[in-house]
Design a protein around this ligand. Structure first.
Ligand code: HEC
Length: 285
């Protein structure tokens, strides 16, 4: 005896066969033909757009003002490998992934946001034809699928929105808002220009993407709060050494900041050393 589901599926199949007989159109070649024509149209539109982009954009050399065509310039400005204030942001259609990653702040859980959840979702999607075998197609008769689809759309919309509006600890903003002066005041290094320069560098160099300093920044990847990092009196040289080569201290999360140059490293280290939660440093710095 065939099961209920099997009977139903046979009925559906029979209905399809009858439809084909009545309408006189089978999948091959009619549907295939439709798909082929639509694919060609899509490709033709893309090729057309690339022609429009190429021939309307101006190829003024760099520095003389790039004239954008209808679809944007040939090339944007050259990337600056030495930048220390660039805040990387993904394209808008990746904001949901971008924000998902921000939810998982701790090193052990980052893999969940980057690999775990997206992979699970993809597997669920690929396996869909195997676990959802009901021939029913009317949305109202498919409550589970409908709820799952609506929840997916809502969560992606919320994550995209959160990703689009997420605040970055942008150094220039922090400096412009007078935060660095407030730090100097609170930590008592306002009279030490090297430390103040170091504080600005600290804000500009992306340190606050991982570290929190006096309530500013993001605690990411297990990075400690640096508000009182100088309190143990390890000294300027120690911090210089640390920041220029964190790996030798077993820190493989932080990159080496030796590219900032010796002078800047001294500024950073002086600032870190002067960060003692208001106590003056012993060497008067
Ligand atoms: C990608 C994230 C990240 C960035 C960016 C980052 N750090 Fe770190 N930093 C860490 C982590 C994680 C630790 C802790 C490592 C450990 O516990 O071994 C740490 C530790 C430190 C320590 C040692 C703290 C202590 O008490 O021993 C100092 C100092 C430090 N960071 C300074 C900086 C400075 C200055 C910058 C910017 C120039 C910076 N960090 C940028 C992740 C980061």
């Amino acid at each position: 005896m065939a099961s209920k589901l099997q009977t139903r599926r046979r009925e559906e199949h029979q209905r399809y066969k009858d439809d084909v007989k009545r309408e006189g159109k089978s999948f091959f070649p009619y549907a295939i033909y439709h798909d082929t024509v639509m694919s060609l149209v899509t490709v033709a539109v893309i090729i057309g757009l690339s022609f429009v982009w190429y021939f309307t954009a101006d190829d003024t050399p760099e520095g003389e003002g790039l004239e954008a065509g209808v679809l944007g310039p040939w090339y944007a400005e050259k990337a600056d490998p030495g930048t220390i204030s660039f805040v990387p942001r993904p394209d808008w259609f990746f904001y949901f992934l971008f924000y998902l990653l921000r939810i998982f702040k701790w090193p052990e859980t980052v893999v969940l946001g980057t690999v775990g959840i997206p992979t699970i979702c993809l597997i669920l999607l690929i396996a869909l034809p195997f676990y959802d075998r009901s021939p029913e197609r009317r949305p109202l008769r498919r409550p589970v699928a409908m709820v799952a689809a609506v929840l997916t759309i809502i969560s992606m919309a919320v994550l995209t929105w959160k990703g689009a509006t997420a605040q970055e600890a942008l150094g220039t903003e922090i400096i412009a808002s007078g935060e660095v002066d407030a730090w100097a005041e609170e930590q008592g290094f306002a009279d030490n220009p090297v430390a103040v320069e170091g504080a600005e560098l600290f804000a500009e160099s992306g340190c606050l993407n991982c570290h929190v300093y006096l309530g500013v920044g993001n605690a990411n990847l297990g990075a400690p709060d640096l508000s009182e990092v100088g309190a143990t009196g390890r000294g300027v040289d120690y911090f210089k050494d640390y920041v220029s080569n964190p790996a030798q201290f077993g820190n493989n999360v932080m990159i080496s900041y030796s590219y900032l140059g010796d002078e800047n490293l001294t500024r950073l280290a002086t600032f870190l050393d002067a960060s003692r939660g208001g106590q003056q440093s012993e060497d008067g710095g």
